[in-house]
Structures are given as C-alpha cells and as structure tokens.
Design a protein around this ligand. Sequence first.
Ligand code: BGC
Length: 516
Amino acid sequence: MKTWRIFVISSIFITGYCQDVNLTFPEHLKLGVATASYQTEGAWNANDKGVNVWDFWTHKYPSLIADESNGDVACDTYNKYKEDVQIIKNLGFNFFRLSISWSRILPSGLANEISKDGIQYYKNFITELIANDIEPVVSLYHWDHPQVIEEMGGWTNELIVDWFADYARIIFTELGPYVKIFTTINEPQIFCSQGYGSVKTAPGKLLQDVGPYLCGHNVLKAHAKVYHMYDDEFRATQRGQIGMALSASSHYPLDADDNVSPDTAFQFECGWFMNPIFIGDYPEIMKTRIDMISERQGYSESRLPRFTPEWIAYIKGTADYFGLNHYSSKIVEPDPEEEFNVYNTDEGIIHTRNSTWSMSATSWLWVVPEGFGNVLRKIKNDYGDPTIFVLENGYSDEGELDDYHRIEYYYSYLKELLIAVNRDGCKVERYAVWSILDNFEWSEGYTKKFGIIGVDFDNPSRNRTYKLSAKWWEKVLHTRTLLEVPRSSAPNNYTWSFMITACCIMSVFNYFHIFR
Ligand code: BGC
C-alpha cells in the first residue's frame, strides 16, 4: 500500500480514537462542591459552642501549623453562608457537601445539652440551600470532635460509639427531614493514623502502632451503629442514603512484575474501612501482616483488634453508596529492608512518585489523571459495582487567581471520570469539587489553597473572588460538557485531531499535485 494511504487511514483511526470519549455529563451524575466545618465556618466560640479538638490543638500548639494560624474565623461561613449559597447557585452546582460541627450542636460533647443556636445555624444554612435548588449533602463528622470527648479518650474509647450515635440521632431528628444524603465519617484512615499515631493532626496523640487501629475499630462500630439507627428509626420517613467517605489513591508498581504491592497499599489505605463495610472484616493482608509484626515486636496479641462474628455481620452492608475522596496516585515498591527481617511499617511498602508527574503545591498531591479512572474501575470490580459518590477531588496552589493548572487538573481528571462512567459503566452519581472556597488546610494553615473561589484572609470581611477555575466551572455546568482548558500547556485531543486532519487535507492536496 502506498505510504500516503497508510498515513491517511491511520490518521482517520487516530482521530476517531481521540474523539471517542463522550465528554458530556450524563443526567444522573450530579456535580457539586464540598467543604468542612472547621476549615470554613469560623465563629469558634459563638454563643454556646463547645471547644473541639482543632480549636484546642491550634490554640495550644500554633507552631505545629505552617503559618501558626487557626480556624477561629476561617472563611467566616457562619456569618456569610448566604453569600456562599448565591455563589454556588450562580455557578450552577447541583449540590453542596458541608459537615456539622459536633461541638456546635453538643457543647458538652454529650447529648444532655443541645445548642439551639447550633441547630438553628445548620437549619438556616440547609434551608437556604434548598430554597436555591442546591441539594445539601451532610457529613456528621469531619475531624472536629469535642475536646471533652477527647479528654475521655476520643476515638480510642469504645464509648464513643454510643456518644457518636447519640449525636447522630439529634442530627437526623432535627435536620434529617431536609437532607437526603448523609456521610457518617470523613476519611478515618487519615485522622486515625495522623491523629492517634503522630502529631500531624489533632488530637496528636502518639499512641504509636496501637492507637490508629483502635481508632479505626471504634470508627467502624460507630458508623455501623449510626447506619442501623437510621434504618430502624428514620429511613422509612426520611428515605435518605448514608455512607462513609474514604480517600483512595491509585497505586502503580515500581517494578512492572510486582503485582502485590499496589493492592497491599490499597488495602492499608482504603480496604481497612471499606472491606468491613462492603465485604466483611478487615482485609486478609492487614490481618496477616499486623499479626506477624505484632508478634515479632513482642506484643501479647495483635495490634489490629478483631471483630466478633456478630460485629462482622453488623458492619457488613452498612453503606448505601461508596464515598470516595480522590486526589492523587503513588508509585509503590516492597520495603527492601524486610528481606533482612526489618519491618519499618505494617504495610511494608515504600511510596514514591514518578518523576514525570507534575506537582501541586501540596507535597503528596501529584497530578495523575488516569489514576482516578483506575480507582473507579477497581472499586467497581472489587466491591460489587456499588453506586459511587466522589465526595472530594481537587488541586492545591498558592492562591493564584488565574489558576490554569487547577483547570488543567479538573479537565484531565473529569475526562477520566467520564471515560469510567460513559465507557466503562462505573456507577458514579455524585462528583464534588474540593473546594468551593480557599480554606484552613489543617497543618498547612492558609499556605495552600484548594478553592475555586479565593478568600481574602487578611481582610476581616473575608471577601470572595472568582478564580479563573470558577468561571471555567460555570461554563461546564451550564453546558454539562467538559470544556477545553483556556490555555493549555500540552497538546490535547482537539489539538491532535486538528493537526491530524490538517495533515490529511495536505496529503490529499499533495496527491492531486503529484498525479495531475
Ligand atoms: C480532607 C480535606 C482536606 C483535603 C485536602 C481531604 O483529605 O477531607 O479536609 O482539606 O483532603 O488536603
């Protein structure tokens, strides 16, 4: 075959392939934004609000926060929520994920005293959302439990299972009539590991190798108890959905032949909580490794507590959807020191990155769009094809208003989402941007920004400013189609398609020229 024919035919195939992705958001996929109470609300001591672990931590140890800041005022959402609702409405988002501050509802941590002001604040906020056609999605807990609960052991005391259920019952009673989607607990693997195994996040207890698993064990029991309570007392009248939010990265092996490390890393990050809920009990790899390492360390029993068969059955099936927070991917390899019987971590994995991945402003957040699609397909395949709610996805920078990199991130990640949904049949029904506003980024303070709306933290009025990404999102939401990045640093499919089509046309001209 003549070279030009091969060229034209392959060009048509390549062009066809490039345009094969359906870039339209299906009707059932709702797009929203997410925030969390401590990171945005401020009003840390308004009326009778109690002190939570983050109030306590940031006031007592300011030097542990990058800019020595705190969430005392944060975005002042407590006073400015109406303005924020208008922004979300004008942009065209379908839902808003917020979290409730436990200590704003129960100043003493326990259910003996309910704050009227706290209940009223959230009622006002939620009814304002509904009046503006924005669906509220409510997390009961996003890391800010009452300090008094912490003084009693926090998530390491099994009594928290009942305390959390008492708090949840109040929320379902007061706010449940307006809310159709609840998330019990946000990212327990992060606050259990960092809050009870390091001083990175509040409550910063160095309970070494035991604390994180004790915390996780009680989290799972508390989650299940709240799920069953919703079933027994509220579901028939409120008809909502309830689940947990877990962060899951995509893991790639350093050595292509290593087909163990990626799944091991996934199980220690996500399976720790999702296996008991979707499959029943902790992942085998966690049980085997932690049992073995505990024994070597001289513990009398495994540091990973065990559920009785009754608890396994009680926890299994307690999710109406799989709540996924996804940001990035990792390269994984087995820890080489294990060959010499040195066990540095329970998972025995070293996490690095591929040097070609571009970075955000946050040390752990590398841009790897295909990892998003891989996680969605893994959840579909390993957890029985559940309904998935993506409850967080986002990119950090240092606050640029012309945030092209954030748009590129969203464009490339959403494209993978659409491939997973439109081509591979992943049942994703919700997708939330993290975050609508720049906010208090935990130990990074206000030095890292995730918002599509900027907030002037130096100004007492906390003015909001639309970033370029907000304007891009507005167009995407109004067309329900993934739109091009305004200025892209890399050739994208449209560019390739254009170049290839141009080549085809030139070949045809060339042909006539040659044979005339
Ligand atoms: C957390 C958010 C946090 C975001 C970016 C998520 O893991 O749920 O609270 O701001 O990551 O770090």
